[in-house]
Design a protein around this ligand. Structure first.
Ligand code: SAM
Length: 236
């Protein structure tokens, strides 16, 4: 597969001019040359095989010669919400959710959460989505939503019917954990995970009243990112 590049512009067959940081990346970091084949994507669901025509440090002219639409998305919406873990673990979480086909990620503010990203951090998280999409072949970008307070998030209008909340002591089968059985596939789902200190009893009560199903993911306590990834795998 030709190397994939994200560009923030409309794409269609014909010439395309890439400037700024993206051109620098193609020309200087990747050292591409005229005649090299690449694959462009912009998050619109398609990918665009292209050839480099002219290249300088500041501008790259490419010729897009096809539009392809490989099926790489989940056939249903999967929205995941969790408090952002600290440091590199946040990057890891965002990358893995992107690879797993998650539709959106919402950072949560809960009573015991400690990391509350501002807009600049959200931009950075969205960059991780792009990097992971380059690597895994996704042509639709996982949306990173603004920070949301759990009491508002869990009762928000428009949440899908299937609302899953990872909670130690939640639903499990006799003698084993819920995680050992998969969920019915292809249902639009919102899945939430709590902070390192766990949800408070009040937050759990709110979720239950709003129709969330509490799931136990096994006999070990998982970190936030592990629980979110495990939930996404179970749903996907
Ligand atoms: N002491 C906290 C508690 O009892 O909830 C542990 C929090 S855990 C580090 C962070 C979050 O991951 C939890 O709030 C929950 O959403 C999820 N989680 C971790 N392990 C889990 C498990 N075995 N079953 C269900 N959810 C789990």
């Amino acid at each position: 597969m030709a190397e994939r590049f994200y560009v923030n512009c409309e794409l269609r067959p014909g010439p395309v001019l890439v400037q700024g940081a993206e051109a620098h990346h193609l020309a200087v970091v990747c050292r591409l040359r005229p005649g090299d084949a690449v694959c462009l994507f912009n998050g619109d669901g398609h990918e665009y095989p292209a050839r480099i025509e002219k290249i300088s440090r500041r501008e790259v002219t490419l010729e897009v010669f096809a539009v392809e639409s490989p099926a790489r998305e989940l056939p249903f919406r999967l929205d995941v919400a969790a408090p952002l873990p600290r440091g590199d673990r946040a990057q890891f979480l965002v990358e893995k959710l992107t690879e797993l086909g998650v539709t959106s990620f919402t950072p949560l503010r809960t009573t015991r959460s400690v990391v509350h990203p501002r807009e600049t951090r959200r931009d950075k998280l969205q960059r991780y989505v792009i990097e992971a999409s380059k690597q895994c072949g996704r042509n639709v970008l996982m949306e990173v939503r603004p920070l949301s307070d759990w009491p508002a998030f869990c009762v928000a209008a428009g949440l899908p019917q299937r609302r899953l909340l990872a909670h130690p002591g939640g639903e499990k089968r006799a003698g084993d954990s819920f995680a050992q059985r998969s969920l019915a596939p292809f249902l639009p789902t919102v899945a939430a995970v709590g902070p390192e200190g766990g949800f408070t009893d009040e937050e759990i009560a709110l979720a239950k009243a709003a129709g969330w199903r509490l799931l136990d993911l096994g006999p070990r306590i998982l970190r936030v990112e592990t629980a979110a990834i495990a939930l996404a795998v179970l749903c996907g």
